[in-house]
Design a protein around this ligand. Structure first.
Ligand code: BGC
Length: 254
């Protein structure tokens, strides 16, 4: 008899404001059942986040492989940075931490933008699989993932690039838009400055834009003035969850 849980994994996307997860069918990238969302604990310490992920797994009644996308540089399953979570993450072996809290040791951890980009490569826009593509997520921060013909160069952190005297994500993330009460047009002008700097330095074939605010891409993408084509990610806000689930099953441990 075939095991219905085979070919599925729980993907979890840890963000500054919410931890979102779902069981994912890895052959289609579709969710099996509902997405579960838990408010990110404050402070978002490693133990508090791991407990929230365990709770999410219980609510999903899931005991199989788990992939977790974190807003951190991840090398050898160790978090090396912590931009929008508690600084205690720096130096934390996320695999070891989660193995203590979850009912499985089949766990993979990777950067959230890398996860989202990998999901887009697998299930999203065909154009992201060709050429030198710069995938960007706009949320609490700005996440980045470079792809050459669909192959990931992991752990790039372009959101922290200094542009015009400030970090890119401090002026053009969607959190910055909310913080400053900007209209879509005013915010798009700031995004444009950031994209034009990325364009000047990296000359990608295309930008792919994702993150929650890509759900309303028609309100801001038309205001962008870059000469590089800007493609809207297809999986939108689901990408981080799907990519995390893929990582756990394919043992993608950048
Ligand atoms: C973090 C990145 C992350 C991005 C999006 C940045 O602040 O440094 O690792 O990918 O936010 O969450």
């Amino acid at each position: 008899m075939t095991n219905p849980a085979q070919g599925r994994a729980l993907g979890v996307d840890v963000g500054g404001s919410a931890i979102k997860g779902a069981v994912v069918d890895l052959s289609t990238g579709e969710f099996v059942g509902q997405q579960i969302t838990i408010t990110t604990p404050r402070p978002a310490t490693p133990d508090a986040v791991a407990q929230a992920i365990a709770q999410l797994g219980q609510r999903a009644k899931w005991e199989g492989p788990v992939g977790v996308a974190l807003p951190s540089v991840i090398k050898g399953q160790v978090a090396l940075t912590a931009a929008n979570v508690d600084p205690a993450w720096v130096g934390t072996n996320a695999h070891e931490l989660l193995s203590r809290h979850l009912r499985t040791t089949e766990i993979s951890v990777l950067n959230d933008a890398d996860a989202a980009g990998l999901a887009e490569v697998a299930f999203g826009e065909a154009s992201i699989r060709e050429g030198a593509v710069l995938f960007l997520t706009f949320g609490t921060g700005i996440g980045s993932a470079f792809f050459i013909n669909g192959t990931l160069f992991p752990n790039t952190e372009l959101g922290h690039m200094m542009i015009g005297g400030a970090e890119a994500e401090h002026q053009a993330s969607s959190a910055a838009k909310d913080r400053m009460g900007l209209s879509f047009r005013a915010w798009a002008e700031r995004v444009d400055v950031v994209l034009q700097e990325f364009e000047r330095l990296f000359n990608p074939t295309a930008f792919v834009v994702g993150g929650g605010i890509s759900e309303v891409a028609d309100r801001w993408v038309p205001h962008l003035d870059t000469s590089t084509p800007v493609v809207v990610a297809k999986l939108r806000n689901r990408a981080g969850i799907v990519g995390a689930a893929m990582a756990s099953a394919e043992h993608l441990n950048p």
